[in-house]
Design a binder for this molecule. Structure first.
Ligand SMILES: Cc1cc2nc3c(=O)[nH]c(=O)nc-3n(C[C@H](O)[C@H](O)[C@H](O)COP(=O)(O)OP(=O)(O)OC[C@H]3O[C@@H](n4cnc5c(N)ncnc54)[C@H](O)[C@@H]3O)c2cc1C
Length: 462
């Protein structure tokens, strides 16, 4: 237990490399490098046209991928089944996403600078005190963000198709095309659409948690959480409280393994929760989350109810031939925070960059080795982040006393700075050794108190 606690915080720095928990295990680097160089040289030049790539799904992963491909000289087709898709989502994005993806400020509904972490016994700790004046968590509506990214891909030359991807025929010969089958809606609403087919040289599967592309390449399943969310329109005077504030509730009542949230949107709040272990009880947890926030959302009217799976870890396979998975289709949501928007956009972009580079801006055919570069870069860059959040979830979300300890720790300014910096900038933030030691001692203290408390509670239950 103690070593767990220590590790979780020294882990916020670049800790010594361990075997990634991803089921995909990279081959030794030297062999890979050699293979990639040979693949780049040996891939044939394409005559009379550029490389054709289909992106399936127009969420953040698909939009970002399509934009990068089109800018890089690839003939790009993005297939999205629902142009006004309103993805069930809290819509919280880190500050670095705004800069890295050059997002205009008018698509961000709210700038959250205060976060309340609320313990099982309703002790509330304000986090965010260490934020600098320009720092915030962005709150977006997904229908707005996704449409914006798709539109930008289109402006850069991507062909956007309103269609439902059905299946693909995998080529048996090297360099032969993938044949995609889809129903084209072409702006029409309702009906079954027109059956169409398309030949492409490579495919990016950005079609979310229930990915058909993943099924087509036999990518295997992942464990998932079910997340439930209600959009609630609350009276204007109540909305003032949530103007720049979000809440996170922890406790067995709201979720046995995750947290409940109240996130502010443009003119309403999103109240939700999630669980992996007790999916059948999700409505009970949702009710409890609403109950905990009762005073602050009193008089509210539910305007939308939504639920969706959240992947718990990457799929066993994220690449096959010239087909790669990105975003939720690959399984890139972090534990503990349940964050996936930034990682979706980032993986879409990274995969597209690997294709642009491997094809020399669309002039050459790509091979599996070219797409594999994206996976190697991804795992190297983000493995520590996933690992730290995985450990944090295991240590602090496992019982009410542990959650009380977690909230208590969140009062510490150093913890706040480390966690906010890691969240906002997506880097594993270097710590201050003295503060680390102080924190480790406090962490142990909190957990010892939590355990003593748990033993007392266990006794009461006997
Ligand atoms: C309730 C809830 C709350 C969440 N809150 C947050 C949060 O606050 N912050 C955060 O960072 N993450 C959050 N997440 C996670 C986040 O929503 C996902 O990680 C993110 O949407 C992944 O983006 P994506 O582009 O990979 O997939 P998606 O956003 O799922 O996009 C997939 C797209 O593909 C399309 N599609 C699917 N199948 C087909 C097909 N066959 N043919 C054509 N198109 C298809 C869909 O219509 C969709 O537009 C939350 C998730 C849930 C469920």
């Amino acid at each position: 237990m103690t070593s767990f606690a220590l590790k979780s915080f020294t882990g916020l720095r670049h800790s010594s490399p361990e075997t990634p928990h991803f089921s995909f295990r990279p081959k030794p680097i030297t062999l890979r490098r050699k293979f990639n160089v040979i693949a780049g040289i040996s891939s044939p030049k394409i005559d009379g046209r550029n490389l054709r790539v289909a992106v399936i799904g127009g969420g953040p992963a698909g939009g970002a991928a399509a934009e990068t491909l089109a800018k890089g000289g690839i003939e790009t087709f993005l297939i999205e089944r629902k142009m006004d898709n309103c993805k069930p989502c809290g819509g919280a994005i880190p500050l670095c996403m705004v800069g890295e993806f050059d997002l205009p400020l008018d698509i961000i509904d709210r700038r959250v600078t205060k976060m309340k972490m609320i313990s099982p016994s309703n002790v509330a700790v304000d986090i965010g005190r260490t934020l600098k004046p320009h720092e915030y968590i962005g709150m977006v509506r997904r229908e707005v963000l996704d449409a914006y990214l798709r539109e930008r891909a289109k402006e850069n030359g991507a062909n956007i198709i309103n269609g439902l991807f059905l299946k693909m025929d995998i080529p048996k010969e090297k360099n032969a095309p993938y044949v995609l089958h889809y129903s084209s809606y072409d702006g029409k609403t309702g009906g079954v659409g027109e059956k169409c087919r398309m030949e492409v040289d490579a495919v990016i599967g950005a079609d979310g948690a229930n990915s058909r592309v993943a099924k087509s390449i036999d990518a295997g399943d992942y464990e998932y959480a079910i997340a439930f969310q209600e959009r609630i329109k609350i009276p204007d005077d109540k909305m003032v409280y949530y103007e720049d504030l979000a809440e996170m509730y922890v406790g067995d009542d709201v979720s046995p393994d995750f947290y409940g949230w109240v996130f502010p949107k443009c003119d309403h709040v999103a109240v939700g929760t999630g669980t992996v272990t007790h999916k059948g009880d999700i409505k009970k947890f949702q009710l409890a989350t609403r109950k905990r926030a009762e005073d602050k959302i009193l008089g509210g009217k539910i305007i939308r109810v939504e639920a969706h799976p959240i992947p718990e870890h990457p799929r066993p396979r994220r690449l096959s031939g010239r087909v790669a998975l990105v975003g939720d289709a690959a399984g890139y949501v972090t534990k503990c925070s349940g964050e996936g928007i930034y990682f979706a956009a980032k993986s879409g972009r990274m995969c597209a960059e690997a294709i642009v580079q491997g094809s020399q801006n669309g002039k050459r055919m790509v091979e599996e080795g070219d797409l594999r570069k994206y996976l190697e870069k991804w795992d190297k860059t983000y493995w520590p982040t996933y690992k730290v959040l995985d450990i944090l979830q295991k240590v602090f979300y496992r019982s009410n006393p542990a959650r009380e300890a977690f909230v208590e720790m969140c009062a510490d300014e150093y913890v706040q700075k480390m966690t906010f910096d890691s969240y906002l900038y997506k880097t594993v933030v270097p710590g201050n050794p003295l503060e680390d030691i102080k924190l480790a001692i406090n962490t142990i203290g909190s957990l010892v108190r939590a355990n003593a408390l748990r033993r007392e509670m266990d006794k009461l239950n006997v």
